[in-house]
Design a protein around this ligand. Sequence first.
Ligand SMILES: NC(=O)c1ccc[n+]([C@@H]2O[C@H](COP(=O)([O-])OP(=O)(O)OC[C@H]3O[C@@H](n4cnc5c(N)ncnc54)[C@H](OP(=O)(O)O)[C@@H]3O)[C@@H](O)[C@H]2O)c1
Length: 387
Amino acid sequence: MKYFEQGGLRGSVLGFGCGSAMGRVGRRDSLRAMGAAWEAGVNVFDVARSYGYGEAEGLLGEFLRGRRSDAVIATKFGISPGRPSRWKSAAKPIARKVLRLLPKARPLVRGLAASDTSAPPFTVPLMRASLETSLRQLGTDHVDVLFMHGPPASVLENDDLMAELDQVITEGKVRVAGLSGGREALGLAVHGPAVVQALQTSVNFFDLSGIATANESDRLFMANHPFGGLAGIDRGITFLGEIGSDESVSAELRDKLRCVDKRVLADAVLWVALRGTRISTVVPSMMNLDNLRANVAAIEHSQFTDQEIDILRSRLGASDLTTRTPTPAERPTLRLTSTSLGAPRLPQDDEKASVLDEIPFRESAWLAEQPVQPLQTGALHPTRGST
Ligand SMILES: NC(=O)c1ccc[n+]([C@@H]2O[C@H](COP(=O)([O-])OP(=O)(O)OC[C@H]3O[C@@H](n4cnc5c(N)ncnc54)[C@H](OP(=O)(O)O)[C@@H]3O)[C@@H](O)[C@H]2O)c1
């Protein structure tokens, strides 16, 4: 395994996304995947209050008993799980079976669950209460990273909340505070309040713009949703397969892409995000052990040269993504627009995707009604800057 050192933390560059723990994936399989990841040297776990309908943190805490001091726990506040009830606990295994047999039923299940979670305002009391619950659930006295989960950009102007984040760090309950969300909030956070020292957003074949944001800052940067969720897998394989049969690329690269299996996909996906960038860690969901092994193997040894990774990036419509320091003129300032201040915000692509596999929240009702983007037959074009 490879590790980053940042913000006083030492974490694996391949992290473990807990978005499906106790939701799409039940207790036994979640624990098995966490165990396999840990054995492979993965020590970064990305979780949230809302994951697993509020049960993912508890499971992670159970798993990390006796391992806590070597782990990096990133959790989030701001999206709350619904209240637990007996019927919901009983319904989860049934929903899992239905989804296994009928994957197309996902939007329906998502829609049903959507009404059950909420995105309340980002206030000091909410942060405090959520953090205390997280600490209790995780069985620890501190979390390594506490992210604001999908906040509007205006949260960065909430001085009381920023001061309170500072305070929980002083109290030793949080090591690093951060923001996990869409492009606008993230772009402002890069050069925003000093207390926000960690950032998280999606980085995948369909939108690599997060890499440029990561490169602008020296903050700890966590890239989520790297495969583009379940829907992204086939599209990613098609994209790489097309390069593999393109006579205009080198015979070496074509050879490497002749058969795109999980290992090759993982190599391309993970290293397109990581190679030469300031992304600290990538956190996929890898509950299936074959996926997990492929991802670990790809991190340990990449078959792609730097030049080949650049070719993949440029085919994805993104080049020049290795690190460089922006000039002050290039830096966005914390000046909020009327949209960021008040208008209702539609979920961005990464947030939409987050709802697919992790936990539904109110916005997922909106998502369930959205048409699925058709598969592009040509080279993929990232949906950059979509709002
Ligand atoms: N707003 C937020 O803060 C936010 C939003 C989105 C995501 N996240 C975090 O990011 C994590 C991952 O996001 P995600 O699940 O939405 O997207 P993802 O990691 O892009 O998608 C993972 C999907 O790809 C499969 N997979 C993993 N490795 C593979 C491989 N080598 N070959 C083929 N398939 C592979 C996984 O299956 P299995 O899981 O069955 O192995 C899963 O279905 C979440 O768990 C969460 O921690 C955070």
